[in-house]
Design a protein around this ligand. Structure first.
Ligand SMILES: [Zn+2]
Length: 310
């Protein structure tokens, strides 16, 4: 089997102010790093409005459309902005993860990586925040459950920041297990172990500042992998942020490229064991361009290895 790479040039049309870490160059660097890999390249469609409405109310979409500028850049939250191309980018991002779910569940590819921006895991039900507009990972999980009729979907979020948005969107969803590891303390301030969801369906794994890959591996082996095995999802969705890298300017975890590769390999091995290898990964954070692009490449290479073995 092959790995699908799903993206769209519209994701480069979401512009942020000069100096903002979530910038167009991030995706350009990621795509450049994946250029020579043998991937099945898929153009992301615009998401159907109904797919976005699975996780966000219509009033939220209406607010975003009202706030969208004709030119220039407007601020809609402490660090979240809209430019004229932002909603096209967001609808392509959501469309990419939905298409990724279709491709993987339809057996057209072993697994898939959605190379998109803006990221999604901080967007709450009716609040854009933390550079994020639509909750892509949660939206993909809901789509797999409601549209494809799956019974259990897991989301694993290894971005260095807490996936508060995904947690908010899946809080009441007992068919979904969210596992999210993050540096604590760190913005947005949530992600403690006592945040467990309405149905004990959320596992938060806090990691202390200046801890490294060894501690992460220990926590995943002790807590995350057994929990995933017990839940037995039919699909694993990864919120792949690469800002836990030691060179990232926004956080203080000290992961190396090898740590992202190890974690991806482990998650793919687990997926092979429990759900036919079905993994959909979506790009979240990562703000040092070199660390981001090299880590994303290592992540995709592990997805490719896993798909080849299927
Ligand atoms: Zn992040």
């Amino acid at each position: 089997m092959v790995t699908a790479l799903i993206t769209h040039a519209d994701c480069l049309k979401h512009e942020t102010p000069e100096g903002h870490p979530e910038r167009v160059a991030r995706l350009e660097h990621v795509l450049h790093a994946l250029e020579d890999l043998e991937l099945r390249r898929v153009t992301a469609p615009l998401a159907a409005e109904d797919d976005v409405l699975r996780v966000h109310p219509a009033a939220y979409l209406a607010d975003m459309r009202r706030a969208l500028p004709q030119h220039g850049i407007v601020q809609i939250d402490g660090d979240t902005f809209l430019s004229p191309g932002s909603l096209d980018a967001a609808f392509r991002g959501a469309g990419a993860v939905v298409r990724a779910v279709d491709i993987v569940l339809g057996g057209e590819a072993g697994n898939a990586f959605a190379a998109i921006r803006p990221p999604g895991h901080h967007a709450e039900t009716d609040t854009a925040m933390g550079f994020c507009l639509f909750g892509n990972a949660a939206l993909a999980a809901k789509y797999a459950l409601d549209h494809h009729g799956l019974s259990r979907v897991a989301v694993v979020d290894f971005d260095v920041h807490h996936g508060n948005g995904t947690q908010d969107l899946l809080w009441d969803e007992k068919r979904a297990l969210l596992v999210t590891s993050q540096q604590v303390p760190l913005w947005p301030g949530t992600g403690r172990t006592d945040e467990t969801g309405a149905h004990d369906n959320i596992l938060n794994v806090p990691l202390p500042p200046e801890s490294g890959g060894a501690q992460m591996r220990g926590e995943y082996e002790a807590k995350v992998f057994p929990r995933l095995r017990a839940f037995a999802p039919e699909l694993i969705i990864i919120s792949a942020g690469f800002d836990a890298h030691r060179d990232d300017p926004l956080a203080e975890l000290n992961w190396e490229i090898e740590d992202f590769a190890w974690l991806t390999e482990q998650l793919c091995a687990l997926a092979a064991e429990i759900c036919g290898g079905r993994v959909v990964s979506t790009l979240e954070g990562g703000y040092d361009l070199k660390a981001l692009s090299e880590s994303a490449r290592a992540h995709v290479q592990e997805l490719m290895k896993a798909a080849r073995d299927e």
